[in-house]
Design a binder for this molecule. Structure first.
Ligand code: ADP
Length: 475
């Protein structure tokens, strides 16, 4: 895909054509997130066209036909939502990280042909390998076998062509080999502390001028000029908490701080810390900070930190969250000013954030991110309309008025919906690629498209309960 962008649409068409000719067929698309990312989030026209092509190919498949498309991803939320609809991918099957029983079965399969010593207790291995997926367990078995080989190496006479049966009989994997292998194999969930290099500029964030300035002074400049700040004895805040309704640009701000301070970026969602590192969440926290120190200057962004609030009385395992919070506090306390690691966090429920996190020397700076006012909405609209074919009859001021009460994310969704309405119309008028190419300049977003988009986004918002945002109570 990466190399053949221009050809990927054609390639997709070919695959579907071939599948139809040779039906019954199953088309399997692995890592679909990479070819069909959310169109609102991709920057290239080409990627967008590939997604549209996939949509129209899937729409072209007959219901109960003999071609079935199965796709796989580990990032379902990164996929363009238009694909996750009836008539396209109608079914979603979540394949979870295996539980103890699942791990036992997988281990049994992979140890089937291994000569095991009596003391190897597969059930115990299944019980202690939290968070391991199938591939990790397979690797664990291989690693254990490698330990056996290494242990036996001195006795093996490798210069001989064949190993004698006596030696072969001694090649037995022991419980100790497995224990040693366990120390080396880390579950993939934990290896997945992704380091990102985001590419969001301050100029891509509409409004929020005061916030940008505050972040610039508190983080960007000190990270960029550590020597200077050291000499004047400046103490960087260790943690900054961004507080405001969802969709107001908190993630965007965190990414922009990283981009503009030329720092690496690690983003972790609160709920993910609890679910992904099943039973090992503190190790997850430690791993995040370890990776950040390695990659400093680095910004760690904890989204939805409120999920780490002690869940007392709310169900869930409060012991786990308490341990996670205390690990987080330990790590925050260990951060030295100006060592190049800064922690940003976001929440829309500051009222339930553990108060220990808000104490001085931790998240001691709280910045409130408001819903966009008129001026900010104008800016956000302009940012998202830039580079799109907008008709002359579209009046930005009218849009500013009718988007009262909408967040930045809603406004982005409006612009994208308007564009996709145009595309749908256009592609139904010119279904043939040659025609579409010839009439490309007719695909223009008009005021009417915007009106419809506002309606659509408003009605999809209305399905959601209003968010609760409370004013911070501390200090
Ligand atoms: P939050 O983290 O506060 O929930 P995000 O930063 O994830 O919100 O915003 C989601 C999307 O909404 C962004 O990717 C961007 O397209 C759009 N958006 C939100 N706020 C703004 C803004 N102030 N300026 C430009 N785009 C915005």
């Amino acid at each position: 895909m990466s190399k053949f962008y221009g050809e990927s649409e054609a390639r997709l068409r070919e695959i579907f054509k071939e599948a139809k000719e040779k039906a019954p067929t199953i088309i399997f698309i692995d890592e679909i997130d990479s070819i069909a990312p959310k169109r609102e989030e991709v920057t290239g026209e080409v990627e967008r066209r590939v997604v549209s092509q996939l949509l129209s190919l899937m729409d072209g498949l007959e219901a109960r036909g003999k071609v079935i498309v199965i796709a796989a991803t580990n990032r379902p939320n990164a996929i363009d939502p238009a694909l996750r609809r009836p008539g396209r991918f109608d079914r979603e099957i979540e394949i979870k990280v295996p539980d103890k029983k699942g791990r036992l079965e997988i281990l049994q399969i992979h140890t089937r042909h291994m000569p095991l010593q009596q003391d190897v207790d597969i059930e115990r291995l299944a019980a202690v390998s939290h968070g391991f997926v199938g591939a990790d367990l397979e690797y664990l078995c291989k690693e254990a076998a490698m330990k056996t080989l290494r242990r036996m190496l001195p006795e093996l006479k490798l210069e001989e062509d064949r190993l004698s049966p006596e030696v072969l009989d001694k090649l037995i994997v022991t419980a100790e080999d497995f224990d040693n292998a366990l120390k080396d194999v880390m579950p993939s969930a934990m290896r997945e502390v992704y380091l990102e290099t985001p590419d969001v500029k301050w100029s891509e964030i509409g409004g929020l001028e005061g916030v940008k300035k505050e972040l610039q002074e508190a983080v960007e400049w000190p990270l960029k000029y550590p020597e200077l700040y050291k000499t004047i004895g400046y103490n960087m805040p260790k943690g900054i908490l961004l507080h405001g309704p969802s969709g107001t640009g908190k993630t965007l701000l965190a990414k922009a701080v990283a981009t503009e301070s030329e720092a690496n970026f690690i983003s972790v969602r609160g709920p993910e810390l609890l679910s992904k590192w099943v039973g090992e969440s503190e190790r997850g926290v430690r791993e995040v900070f370890r990776r950040a120190r390695q990659a400093s200057p680095c910004i760690i962004f904890f989204d939805e930190v409120d999920a780490l609030a002690p869940t007392r009385g709310m169900g869930g395992d409060s012991m786990v969250t308490e341990r996670v919070v205390s690990q987080l506090l330990t790590e925050l306390d260990g951060i030295q000013s100006l060592q190049g690691v800064v922690v940003l966090a976001a929440t829309n429920r500051i009222d339930i954030v553990d108060s220990a996190l808000l104490r001085a020397g931790r998240f001691d700076k709280v910045i409130i991110i408001p819903m966009p006012d008129k001026g900010a909405r104008r800016e956000v609209l302009k940012i998202h309309m830039k580079g799109k074919p907008i008709a002359k009859d579209v009046d930005v001021e009218t849009l500013v008025e009718i988007t009262e009460g909408f967040s930045g994310a809603d406004i982005a969704a409006i612009v994208n919906t308007a564009v996709s309405l145009v595309l749908q119309e256009f592609l139904s008028r010119y279904p043939k690629p040659e025609e579409a190419k010839k009439h490309a300049d007719e695909a223009i977003v008009t005021a009417e498209h915007f009106q419809d988009a506002v309606k659509k986004v408003r009605s999809s918002r209305e399905g959601k309960p209003m968010e609760k945002v409370t004013v911070p109570y501390y200090r």
